[in-house]
Design a binder for this molecule. Sequence first.
Ligand code: AMP
Length: 600
Amino acid sequence: MKTFEELGVAADIRRAIEEMGYENPMPVQEEVIPYLLGETNDVIALAQTGTGKTAAFGLPVLQKINVKKNVPQALILCPTRELCLQIAGDLAEYSKYIDNLRVLPVYGGSSIDSQIKSLKRGVQIIVATPGRLIDLINRKTVDLEAVKYVILDEADEMLNMGFTESIDEILSKVPKERFMLLFSATMPKEIAKITKKYMNDPKEITIGRKNEGSSNVKHVYYMVHAKDKYLALKRIADYYPNIYGIIFCRTRRETQEIADKLIQDGYNADSLHGDLSQAQRDYVMQKFRIRNLQLLVATDVAARGLDVDSLTHVINYGLPDDIESYTHRSGRTGRAGKTGTSIAIVHVKEKSKVREIEKIINKKFEQGAIPSGEAICEKQLFNLVDRIEKAKVDEEEISALLPSVYRKLDWLEKEDIIKRIVALEFNRLIEYYKGAEEIEVPRERSSSSREDSGFSRRRDRDRGDRNDRGNGNGPRVAEKGYSRLFINLGRTDNVNPATLMGMVNDYMPDKISIGRIDVMQNFSFFEVKEKDAQKVIKALNKKEEKGRRISVEVAQGGGGSSNDRRDSGRPRFDRNSNGKGRQDKDSRRNGGGGSRRPKY
Ligand code: AMP
C-alpha cells in the first residue's frame, strides 16, 4: 500500500488530512489520485458511497487549482443539497493550509443572492446541484470558461432524479478541453450513454465489482404476509436494542404512516420525506446524525443527502420498485470499514425480486426468522445486563446519596436486588410478548422460518385490538388516572402524535403529561392526567390551528376504527445503551424525541 506522499499529494494537503485522521489512502484514492495528478485521460470510477471518493477526486483537484486565478477552475456536480454541502465542507477542510483557495457550494433552497455575491468575489471550485447551477448560468452570474475539471458525483443518482438534461446543458457551457471524472455506485445504460457522449477515452476504475454491494454488508430477508409487515418491523427493531438505522419506505405517505406508528408505539423514530419543509428535514437529519434518533423512516430521495457512516441496519420496508435502488439503500450500512445488515421485509410476491437483487449485488440473501417474543425478551434482558455492567459510575456525584440507599436495601440479598432491577425493566416487556402469537410465516416456508417459542399462539394484532377496546367490545378506556380527550384534528390536518403533543403544550401555560395518543384520519384522541383534563379543554377550545377551530372534549364512546388501531403499543423502556436514544413514555411526554420537531 502506498502513502499519500507516494501518491504525490502535496505537503499542505497532507497536513490537513492527517489532522482529519486519514493515515493511509483508501483503495479508490490509491487508484484515482495518481491518475488525476498525472493529467491523463478521463476517469469513470465505480465506487459505493463511503469508499472515500470525495478525497479521491478532491485532493488532486485542490492540488491542481491555480490560486492566483480567481475564476472557477473545477466544477463538481452532485444530486442533493446535503451532499453538495458535505463535499464543499470536506474540500474546505482538505485545503485549510492552502491560502486563497475558495470553494463555493451552490444549491437550491437557499438565497441565490448570497451565492451570486460569493461568485462575484471569486471562487476557484464550485460544488453544485444541477438545477441551481442552471439558474445561475441563465442569470449570467457564473462563468465556466476556465473550468478544467468536471466531476459528476453520484452520477446514477443525478440521472435517477431527472437531471440528464440539466447535465447536458451544463456540460455544453464547459470548454471541451477539460478532464472529466464520473463517480457512480451502479452502471445503468444511461450512464454508459453519458460517458460515451462526453468522456474522452475514459479509464474505468472499479472498486469492488460493478454494481456489487459492499462486502461488509450482510443481506437478510424476512418473508411475511403483507399485512404483518409492520409487526415484523417492530420485532426486528426490538430484537436489536442498539439498532441505529434507516427504514426505507416506497412513498411519502407510507413513510409518514410508519413513522407515526413507531412513535406512537414508543420507538425513538422520526420521518424524512419530501412533504416536510427543508427546515424540518434539516432538523430530523441532524437529530439522526448525532444519534438522538435511532430509527429514521425515509424515502429514497429524501435520504440521499444524508451521510452517516455508522448505521447498524438498513431496513427495506418492502423492496424498491427500481431494484437498482437496493444497492444504494444497502450501501448506507457497512461503510468506512464497519459491518452492517441490510434487511428486507418482503411478502411472498416479492420473492422473485429478492432473486433479481441477488444477481445484481452478486451475493445471496439469508432468510431470517422473525424473532420470537421469547428471543426478544432474552436479547433485551442481556442488553440491560450489559448496560448495568458497563454503566459509568460517577463516585463523587452519587457518594453522598449511597449510604441511605444502602441502608434502605440492606435487608435484601444481592440476588434479590438483581431480580428486582430486572423485573422493574422487564415486567412490561414480558407482559407484552407473553400473550403475543408469533407472526405467521407465509405457507411456502412455514416450517423453516419460525423460531420456537413457548409463548401462546394468539396474534399480536388481536392483542392490539383487545388493548384498544378494553374488554374487546366497548370503546377504549383511558389509563388509570388519565382522561381520554377527543380533538377534531387528525392526519388530514397533518397532525401526528408529536405535533399533537407540541400543540397541546404550546397552548398550556405549564408543560403537562400526555399519555396515549391515537391519531385518526380526521380526528384524534389523547390522554391527559384527570386533573389536567378541564384545563386542557379550556386552553385549546376555540383556538385556531391552520384555519380550523379546535374543538376538544372528553371522549364519548371510544376511539376510531379497529383498522386505525390495529397494532398495540409496545412497552416502553430505555433501548439505547448510551441513553441518548431513550424515548420512554415520560421523555416523550416531556417533549423528547419527535415532539421537538419544528411545528406542523
Ligand atoms: P466518502 O466516500 O468520501 O463519503 O468518505 C467516507 C468516509 O471515509 C468519510 O467519513 C471520510 O472522511 C472518510 N475517509 C476518506 N478517506 C479516508 C482515509 N484515507 N482514511 C480514513 N478515513 C477516510
